[in-house]
Design a protein around this ligand. Structure first.
Ligand SMILES: NC(=O)c1ccc[n+]([C@@H]2O[C@H](COP(=O)([O-])OP(=O)(O)OC[C@H]3O[C@@H](n4cnc5c(N)ncnc54)[C@H](OP(=O)(O)O)[C@@H]3O)[C@@H](O)[C@H]2O)c1
Length: 222
């Protein structure tokens, strides 16, 4: 079931947030719910690795207008190239890139109808690659290529913003640190999900004549 955080009026602008069940996406849902009717998706609402699941979920929504689409769902893990396999490449690209592209394609008419805003949650890994992160960085570089192309295609119709967090205190970061042998996880070292949500809010609230094209949010301690 799609989780709708209805803040009251059917006249409110509508936002859809993928990955809305946890982490950054959940913080975005909480923040946007102050001003929008927010539809929060988890993997149970639409498996972004599966085009049929995406198409079914979009059809169920039946949206003619969509004011905000935030792509937050994503996968991340460490794998040195020597240990990668075909399935891992495919799984991560399906969720982090192909699912974003397909969901965007299906919702573009509704976004255009509302002169809406689309935000992708990218990463510092969308700009810099690193050891053991060829798959994750590969997907985030690809996501940036997608976002940059879409921004120019839709200029004047849909505003397209890219948010690039550094390390954020979420389940994803806990799992990454664990896999790197960090048994002393301290979430206070990392950006809070609410701080990323504030960057999304900035992109959504920007005035009619401007686009926040790209924002980076990094931990103070690097
Ligand atoms: N955490 C960081 O340090 C960090 C830094 C930079 C960028 N990011 C990016 O920020 C975004 C959110 O990350 P996060 O840290 O909030 O992650 P998270 O806490 O691990 O949450 C991941 C979210 O993605 C959803 N998801 C996973 N697989 C899916 C699938 N196949 N179909 C649909 N939804 C799926 C999950 O849904 P379920 O709850 O149903 O599993 C969950 O809502 C990601 O794109 C990530 O790459 C994160």
């Amino acid at each position: 079931m799609t989780d709708t955080h209805d803040t009251g009026s059917a006249d409110l602008p509508v936002a859809l947030v993928t990955g809305g069940s946890r982490g950054i996406g959940a913080a975005v849902v909480a923040d946007l719910s102050r001003t929008h009717r927010v539809i929060a998706w988890s993997s149970g609402d639409a498996d972004l690795a599966d085009p049929a699941s995406i198409a079914g979920a979009v059809a169920d929504l039946g949206l003619e207008r969509l004011d905000v689409l935030v792509h937050s769902a994503g996968l991340a893990w460490d794998t040195p190239v020597q240990s990668t396999d075909w399935e891992g490449w495919e799984r991560m690209f399906r969720v982090n890139v192909f699912g974003v592209a397909e969901l965007t394609r299906l919702l573009l008419p509704a976004l255009r109808a509302a002169h809406g805003t689309l935000v992708t949650i990218n990463s510092g890994s969308g700009h810099r690659s690193a050891p053991t992160m060829s798959q994750y960085c590969g997907t985030k570089f690809a996501l940036r290529a997608f976002t940059d192309a879409l921004r120019e295609e839709e200029r004047g119709r849909v505003r397209v913003s890219s948010v690039h967090p550094g390390r954020v205190d979420t389940d994803m970061q806990v799992a990454l640190q664990e896999s790197r042998g960090n048994t002393d996880y301290d979430g206070s070292l990392y950006v809070r999900p609410e701080s990323v949500a504030a960057a999304v809010r900035f992109a959504v609230d920007t005035t009619e004549e401007s686009i926040i094209e790209e924002i980076t949010v990094r931990p103070v301690r690097g």
